[in-house]
Design a protein around this ligand. Structure first.
Ligand code: BGP
Length: 470
């Protein structure tokens, strides 16, 4: 079948600084919250960085990025998503002046991408706020952090305005309600945070997101800025109206963030929710003006779907930072995430029907335990047919959405190279087209090996989706 992907579709891949760069304290970088989270979201916070924290070295992308970008170029990437580690640029978050060596690294990285015609897609904040902001301000609870974030954004917009034309503000901005330390540098234990505090931190990030969106449009007029939402796709477990209503209300926890970024104001239902639950958030008139700076596109992560039920006794499962009930029609990954390619088409359609903004899939992928073998030509490889099947089936659904007339800018598959996972800080949960020789104990040569999916994706990009199995 003739491919329905637009000729300028941005095929590529995505990573995050804290999950790949390593060099956690090199060239003036300050500590980020990730440097004291050796077990990912699930684990505790250590006083100082500990050896068992795989992110301290990551996959040494900081030193090996040229080799990796070359491999992405060999696959034909048009876009490469990564984040700028805030604490590489402002080690303490509130520093007056930026760290020049940190700025120089990203200059080199973006130059390397552009050398191959790969567009950088840059996330300003990807779960790695400076640890010092947590200690000094209790993170995003403090309104002053907005101005520190604005200083960071202005610095990088001005520095990279001729190199980066695609920007995302906060990775999975809705996740702050689930992981306040990782997302908001809030030291207070989540159980002790009042709803007013949590929603105030959320509000500060929303204001900061809109403020830097405005700033980006002023500094880089030909750039596009998007919000980035953790795509929690929820179905009612049964056709019972109770399950349908529960699902409708659950959906709002995700879509309210897209609403604010796309419509430039809080949805009425969220303000009513604050009122009914006595949640106090100081939304000033100036904040409301800033929020009117809406995004050019909505981007999101999509891995799986979950079910919602009014019957608490139903069987539970988990997804990417999301709890729900097991969908009996779907299989699960080794980490219990339910595989649902059609859910991606459903999510694209819902988002576009509600907000009429171009969409960008900036995370989609399969985390799996890969086995490195000796390939036919003596090269080491991985026969990851399961990953090819996952990605192929999701892309076929993206194509159906495009064929329905939904403008999808691009697809950056998550973990285009094996990196340290976010929720569990493991190497064994591999997503990449490229295997990295490092295990959960930190052993390995860090050598890179092309998996079977590397050649599959190269063919998909080369045929602009024509080679997909439909
Ligand atoms: C998202 C994050 C990514 C990535 C992805 C996969 O929440 O934006 O950073 O980690 O989840 O999750 P994990 O790495 O836990 O498998």
């Amino acid at each position: 079948m003739e491919s329905k992907f637009p000729k300028d579709f941005l095929w590529g891949g995505a990573v995050a600084a804290n999950q790949c760069e390593g060099a956690y304290n090199e060239d003036g970088k300050g500590l980020s919250v990730q440097d004291v989270m050796p077990r990912g979201i699930r684990g505790g916070i250590t006083k100082t960085p500990t050896e068992d924290n795989l992110k301290l070295e990551g996959i040494d992308f900081y030193h090996r990025y040229k080799e990796d970008i070359k491999l992405f170029a060999e696959m034909g990437f048009k876009v490469f998503r990564t984040s700028i580690a805030w604490s590489r640029i402002f080690p303490n978050g509130d520093d007056e002046a930026p760290n020049e060596k940190g700025l120089e690294f990203y200059d080199r990285l973006f130059d390397e991408c552009l050398k191959y015609g790969i567009q950088p897609l840059v996330t300003l904040s990807h779960y790695e706020p400076p640890l010092a902001l947590a200690k000094k301000y209790n993170g995003w609870l403090d309104r002053r952090v907005i101005s520190f974030f604005e200083r960071f954004a202005e610095t990088v917009f001005k520095r990279y305005k001729d190199k980066v034309k695609y920007w995302l503000t906060f990775n999975e901005i809705n996740a702050i309600l689930k992981a306040p330390f990782m997302c908001g540098a809030i030291l207070t234990d989540k159980k002790e945070l009042s709803p007013s505090q949590l929603y105030t931190a959320m509000h500060h990030q929303l204001v900061a997101s809109a403020s830097v969106t405005k700033m980006c449009h002023e500094i880089i007029p030909d750039a596009m800025v998007g919000c980035m939402i953790l795509g929690v796709t929820v179905y009612p477990l049964t056709p019972s109206p109770d399950d349908v209503i529960k699902t409708m209300l659950r959906d709002r926890e995700t879509y309210q963030f897209a609403h604010i970024h796309a419509r430039g104001e809080y949805p009425k239902y969220l303000l009513k929710y604050f009122e009914k639950n006595n949640i106090k958030v100081d939304i000033t008139e100036e904040d409301k003006e800033i929020l009117k700076n809406t995004v050019d596109f909505i981007s999101f992560s999509y891995y799986s779907s979950i079910c919602e039920s009014a019957d608490e006794k139903a069987d539970k499962t988990g997804g990417n930072l999301s709890k729900g009930f097991i969908n009996p029609y779907l299989k699960s990954t080794g980490w219990g995430w339910q595989i649902d390619p059609k859910g991606l088409r459903y999510t694209l359609t819902k988002l576009y029907d509600m907000y009429s903004k171009p969409l960008f899939i900036v995370e989609n992928g399969l985390g799996a335990e890969d086995v490195l073998i000796e390939g036919a030509n003596g090269e080491k490889t991985v026969n990851d047919d399961y990953r090819i099947d996952y990605l192929n089936s999701h892309l076929v659904e993206v194509e159906k959405a495009i064929d329905d007339g939904i403008p999808v800018i691009g697809y950056a598959s998550w973990g285009c190279i094996d990196i340290v996972s976010a929720s569990t800080a493991e190497m064994k949960k591999r997503y990449g087209y490229i295997y990295v020789d490092r295990d959960d104990d930190g052993n390995g040569t860090l050598n890179r090996y092309k998996k079977k999916s590397f050649y599959w994706y190269k063919d998909v990009i080369n045929t602009n989706g024509g080679s997909l199995k439909r």
